[in-house]
Design a protein around this ligand. Structure first.
Ligand SMILES: [Zn+2]
Ligand SMILES: [Zn+2]
Length: 185
């Protein structure tokens, strides 16, 4: 094998191969001490990457689990803080609006109850009025009937009176005739 950097053989030198592309390097060509090379060889968590692979994959491949835990904890803290802030700034006005809405809904509900009560009492008033009007009409009709009967009664009286008047007229005429006869005699 030859070093990717200097293109010379790695056979008799301390060398290291990239954990991603397997390219081999002299430890001196990638500025690693012999102990560092040993560390990377023995570590199961931390793998060495060549320059090209480090640039190409700069993310979590080069992070240790403890790094990840630290980052996760930081992100969690940040999120908790941000969410708390969001709740304070965004949700608080909404909560206020909701409680205002609740107040007006309660108000409307009370108004509706009052309206319903009023309506019920108006309805019963109307029922009473209707009954009274019906009774009034009944009485008036009875009155009319009485008046009609009274009128007919009067008519009978008139007939009687006329009969009397006719009778008198006849008597007067008879008297006149007698008197006229008496004179002519
Ligand atoms: Zn080299
Ligand atoms: Zn590589």
């Amino acid at each position: 094998m030859s070093c990717v950097k200097c293109h010379k053989t790695t056979r008799n030198s301390v060398s290291i191969s990239c954990s991603l592309c397997n390219a081999e390097f002299h430890s001196t060509c990638v500025n690693l001490k012999a102990e560092e090379v040993n560390f990377f060889r023995e570590s199961s968590e931390t793998k060495w990457k060549c320059e090209v692979c480090t640039v190409a994959t700069p993310t979590s491949d080069c992070l240790s689990p403890s790094d990840l835990q630290r980052i996760a904890a930081t992100v969690k803290d940040l999120l908790t803080t941000e969410i708390a802030k969001l709740i304070q700034t965004e949700l608080a006005p909404i909560r206020n609006e909701l409680s205002e809405l609740k107040v007006s809904v309660n108000f409307l509900s009370n108004e509706f109850d009052t309206f319903k009560k009023d309506l019920t009492s108006h309805k019963s008033e109307i029922e009473t009025l209707k009954r009274e009007i019906a009774e009034g009409i009944g009485q008036r009709q009875k009155g009319w009937k009485n008046w009609e009967t009274g009128k007919n009664g009067e008519k009978d009286n008139e007939k009687e009176e006329r009969k009397e008047i006719d009778e008198e007229g006849r008597n007067v005429r008879i008297g006149w005739r007698r008197r006229v006869k008496g004179r002519s005699v």
